[in-house]
Design a protein around this ligand. Structure first.
Ligand SMILES: [Fe+2]
Length: 494
């Protein structure tokens, strides 16, 4: 961005921050507050049904609970996802949609809820204008993930700097690691539980280097950076780490400026390019990365990776192909499953093996096992029959608990009309094993048009939930969330 453009936008952002928005503010009983915005409806499959945005920011205290909140659950669960404020002319899911955070505060076996938009520069500008601005269509929506590191909470997006968020969900502004990153940070950093280091990357669509890898230390200071040569820019959504390696899959979902100019999805699938596996020696960045070529496939997310003697075991959700089109036809033509690559970096061989055949995504693990041998992972099941029936995507009727060591699985199926999302694992305070904790997911009940935060017991995964926290409102489908333990951040009085 040119300095003049930047200063104009920064000035307008400053002005918008001083403008009182034309909002109706309703005072509710002491335990509830609401700020209501103008609502609208859309026929777009990603803006209706479970995907329809909500048009308020609220605080709800003393939520009703079925079961009991475990007394050692103290912290905040925050989930991010797109929640478009103004009706768009066209909508490219999952790249668009103003980020909204939904937070559940656990304290003294009680739970409070708060939701807030992430007030990005683009959204503030649109609020000032009172409408969607087509020239801001491809921008940093901060809608993809939420992550705490070194005492800072970051709302992350595919491209663009993360937005710093307070525990109260106030938007502070963009975060650049004390000036050490300039352009952007992708949405899936990996925290090494052994070293406290945060590993992350950014990719560039226009100029090389097309991929840059960063490491921030426990204090949030950038300590290592590496540019990685790629033959062409492409969308890279996730990365994985092991004890000695950092792993990228460079899949052929390629950026085309001409499509972006027409406000279409700017990415094109080019299977003839194949997929490249890049292994970086994380403790010695002067060493040449190991590169392996495979047939084309796509992934959004890794489940985890670890080393087993000389081999690198990489578990991820494998898509034979991807079309980034926001149509029901494209959704119904898509399929993916949990898959394992066992890579020998010296011999440059890959053993490829499906771990399941059910369509899943949004995989999670006990994050204490990141980069290490692990046993359990979680993923919502994507039922294409249900998608075809509803003609709307993102209804997930069950969560699968994978035992990747024994290659078995268990299923927690929700009641009819109830649909979950990404499920996160929260360890018990002094828990050691991967079953010693809680699994949380937001569940939408379409009959009541309300959502519950459901807490499952990983050791009795198919059983009734330990607790169901009932919201009097609904939470739209979303992307990624995380648990922030109370001792990681001070949120007293939030
Ligand atoms: Fe993601």
């Amino acid at each position: 961005m040119k300095r003049r453009e930047f200063s104009t936008i920064a000035f307008l952002s400053f002005l918008t921050s001083l403008v009182t928005p034309r909002l109706k503010v309703n005072s509710q009983p002491a335990s509830q507050t609401w700020r209501q915005y103008n609502s609208w409806k859309s026929d777009n499959i990603f803006l209706k049904g479970i995907n329809a945005p909500v048009f308020y920011e609220t605080d709800l205290n003393n939520l009703k609970v079925t079961g009991a909140i475990p007394s050692d659950l103290e912290g905040i669960y925050i989930r991010n996802g797109p929640n478009q404020l103004f009706k768009p002319v066209s909508y490219n899911y999952p790249l668009e949609g103003d980020g909204m955070l939904h937070a559940f505060y656990f304290e003294d076996s009680k739970v409070r809820y708060r939701n807030r938009w992430i007030w990005t520069r683009g959204l503030k500008y649109e609020l000032h204008e009172g409408k969607v601005l087509p020239e801001f269509k491809f921008r940093n929506y901060a809608n993809t993930n939420i992550f705490a590191h070194a005492g800072v909470i970051l709302a992350l997006y595919e491209a663009g700097l993360p937005y710093q968020i307070t525990p109260k969900l106030e938007t502070v502004g963009t975060w650049n690691f004390q000036g050490d990153i300039e352009q952007s940070m992708a949405a899936h950093p990996k925290l090494d539980p052994q070293t406290g280091e945060l590993h992350f990357f950014r990719y560039s669509l226009i100029n090389p280097p097309y991929l840059t890898y960063y490491v921030a230390n426990r204090q949030g200071k950038i300590i290592r950076t590496m540019s990685i040569d790629l033959p062409q820019s492409a969308l890279l959504h996730d990365m994985a780490i092991t004890k000695n390696y950092v792993i990228f899959f460079h899949c052929p979902l390629v950026f085309e400026m001409s499509k972006a100019m027409k406000c279409n999805s700017p990415f094109v699938w080019k299977p003839e390019m194949g997929t490249k596996i890049i292994l970086i020696h994380r403790h010695d960045l002067t060493r040449k990365p190991v590169r392996l070529d495979t047939d084309a496939f796509w992934l959004w997310h890794f489940m985890n990776a670890h080393e087993d003697n000389e081999q690198i075991v990489i578990d991820f959700v494998y898509y034979p192909q991807i079309k980034l089109e926001s149509t029901l036809e494209a959704i119904l033509a898509t399929k993916a499953h949990l898959h394992r690559f066992t890579v020998n970096p010296d011999a440059k061989t890959i053993k490829s093996q499906p771990l399941d055949d059910r369509f899943v995504d949004l995989p999670t693990i006990d994050r204490r096992q990141t980069g290490r041998s692990y046993q359990f992972g979680y993923a919502p099941y994507i039922d294409l029959k249900l998608t075809a029936e509803k003609k709307i995507p993102n209804y997930y009727p069950e969560i699968i608990q994978y035992n990747v060591r024994e290659q078995t699985s268990k299923v927690h199926r929700f009641k009819p009309g109830c649909y979950g999302g990404e499920a996160i694992f929260v360890p018990k305070k002094n828990g050691v094993s991967e079953l010693d904790g809680y699994v949380m997911t937001l569940v939408f009940d379409e009959n009541k048009q309300k959502s519950d935060l459901v807490i499952l017991d990983p050791a009795n995964f198919e059983d009734e939930p330990i607790a169901r926290i009932h919201l009097p409102v609904r939470v739209p489908s979303g992307f990624h969330g995380n648990w922030i333990a109370k001792d990681a951040l001070n949120f007293n009085g939030v």
